[in-house]
Design a protein around this ligand. Structure first.
Ligand SMILES: Cc1cc2nc3c(=O)[nH]c(=O)nc-3n(C[C@H](O)[C@H](O)[C@H](O)COP(=O)(O)OP(=O)(O)OC[C@H]3O[C@@H](n4cnc5c(N)ncnc54)[C@H](O)[C@@H]3O)c2cc1C
Length: 455
């Protein structure tokens, strides 16, 4: 297939462009936070003017902490609504990591904010009077923020299913945003008029629009697919083939993922992220391989041919299309982490990209294996591709038997240069260990990329 015939997704940004853009984003964040922190100095309320010494310091710091929390909540909405721009610079996985850390920072700031303000007034509690209603709105907001933080952090310990937590999280967000808007606008005269007043309206308005856009986007001009087949793909895994039936063409790069929502009476219509295992050379037909793991994926075999599916994506930067043509590639997959690699290898076969490539796929037993025939077929079109199967719990199977530990990894990658680009996808522990061992084996840290299957 000629490269001009291939319709891929928007080109990846070069590492230099991503570096420049991420610096600009960081700079914007610092300037924005700095600007917000200067509000209690530039637009002093009478409550600050009538205080002196430590009390003034405490009050002003309390206000700054509150305003920092307010600003970060705005970033939370922006980072939680799957914007394409940050995904193209940082990748969605990193944006969601920022979202989680930011949530904890907000909780810390929000707890400190009333403590400092009450300390400046020499009070322990807010007096129970009608005129303090904006402060009580803040109390509800604080309780909401703390609950959200605690439930999000301890979700697994509490045994709360992901889909319930996610639904709650998504609907609690606009409620908290509304409480925050009211609290900031009415709690201090600083925000009654002028620039601070306009900024509160503007930033909350932008967040509201982002949230609404995120909610209605799946139903607006998204490519709609139809399931054509659901077949077993080894033990406890299913291969789903989908064909586009309406909407714009779905263009992606090999290794990227999307959020899939199936409209079937047999399975809930919640969205789930999956890597696309097919090659972008065939954008109208896509393939997913889904491993049974939780309450939704366990029912995936119930999806019937003819089921409609909406796709939001593509997302992610985990793709060999990112690295220079001709560079050596090492792909290391653990279990179902093979799906993005499959897409990359299929794409390489379709485009006759026969560079030196080593694919190591570790799974539990031979029963978990799938695509054996296809891998053998790659041997004909990709002469420089070497596929090594590792079976961690099967001593009878072909390939390597036993864990993918450091000595084994060292032996397996020995034929590859340490300047190879490395792609790792699998269980978090495996990715962490493998990445660490490769760095110890003098592979370049900035050429090792991982994809986490948990957002
Ligand atoms: C980028 C990416 C690519 C993935 N590619 C594949 C793939 O190719 N094949 C495959 O089998 N699995 C893949 N996964 C994992 C897959 O999304 C989860 O296994 C699946 O969503 C679990 O749903 P569940 O209800 O069965 O399990 P649960 O037990 O409810 O969830 C298990 C974990 O999966 C994650 N998860 C669950 N639901 C969602 C959701 N709606 N949105 C985001 N995360 C969720 C959470 O981290 C949760 O803790 C991928 C995940 C990500 C993030």
């Amino acid at each position: 297939m000629k490269s001009k015939d291939i319709k891929e997704g928007a080109p990846f940004l070069s590492p230099i462009k991503r570096g420049v853009l991420s610096t600009l984003v960081l700079l914007f964040l610092i300037l924005f936070l700095g600007g917000v922190a200067s509000i209690p100095y530039s637009f002093q309320s009478s409550s600050i003017l009538y205080k002196f010494g430590t009390d003034r310091l405490l009050l002003r710091s309390g206000k700054i902490f509150g305003l920092m929390a307010f600003s970060l909540v705005l970033f939370q909405v922006a980072s939680g609504t799957r914007l394409k721009f940050p995904d193209r610079i940082f990748s969605l996985n990193k944006v969601f990591r920022f979202h989680r850390i930011c949530g904890l920072v907000i909780a810390g700031l929000a707890i400190t904010h009333p403590i400092l303000i009450l300390a400046s007034e020499n009070m322990l509690f807010i007096p129970f009077k009608m005129r303090y209603w904006p402060e009580f709105t803040g109390v509800f907001l604080l309780m909401g923020l703390i609950c959200t933080g605690v439930v999000s952090t301890l979700r697994k310990v509490m045994g709360l299913p992901f889909h319930l937590w996610f639904k709650m999280h998504q609907w609690v967000a606009p409620v908290l945003l509304a409480l925050l808007f009211v609290h900031v606008l009415f709690v201090s005269e600083t925000f009654e008029t002028g620039l601070p007043h306009t900024l509160v309206f503007l930033s909350t308005g932008i967040c509201g629009i982002l949230w609404i856009r995120h909610k209605i986007r799946p139903f607006l001009s998204k490519p709609a697919f139809e399931v054509t087949s659901v077949e077993p793909a080894g033990k406890e895994a299913w291969r789903l083939n989908l064909v586009r039936v309406s909407g714009r063409a779905f263009q992606y790069h090999s290794g990227q993922f999307g959020f899939f929502r199936f409209q079937s009476p047999n399975i809930s219509s919640e969205e789930h992220p999956f890597s696309i295992s097919s090659s972008p050379t065939r954008p109208d037909g896509i393939e997913l391989v889904v491993r049974e793991g939780g309450d939704w994926t366990r029912l995936v075999s119930r999806i019937e041919p003819g089921t409609r599916c909406r796709v939001d994506g593509p997302y992610g930067l985990f793709s060999h299309a990112q690295c220079p043509k001709g560079s050596e590639l090492i792909m290391i997959a653990g279990g179902i982490g093979i799906t993005p690699m499959l897409s990359m290898v299929r794409y390489m076969a379709d485009t006759r990209d026969d560079r030196k490539t080593l694919l190591i796929w570790s799974s539990k037993t031979r029963e978990h294996d799938f695509f054996q025939n296809e891998f053998e077929g790659f041997g004909h079109s990709l002469i420089n591709l070497r596929v090594i199967r590792v079976f961690t719990r099967d001593t009878e199977a072909f390939g390597e038997n036993g864990r993918l530990d450091k000595p084994r990894l060292k032996r397996l990658v020995s034929g590859m240069t340490t300047s190879s680009y490395v792609y790792i996808c699998g269980p978090p522990e495996m990715m962490k260990d493998t990445g660490k061992w490769l760095i110890e084996l003098e592979f370049l840290k900035n050429r090792i990329f991982t994809e986490n299957f948990g957002l």
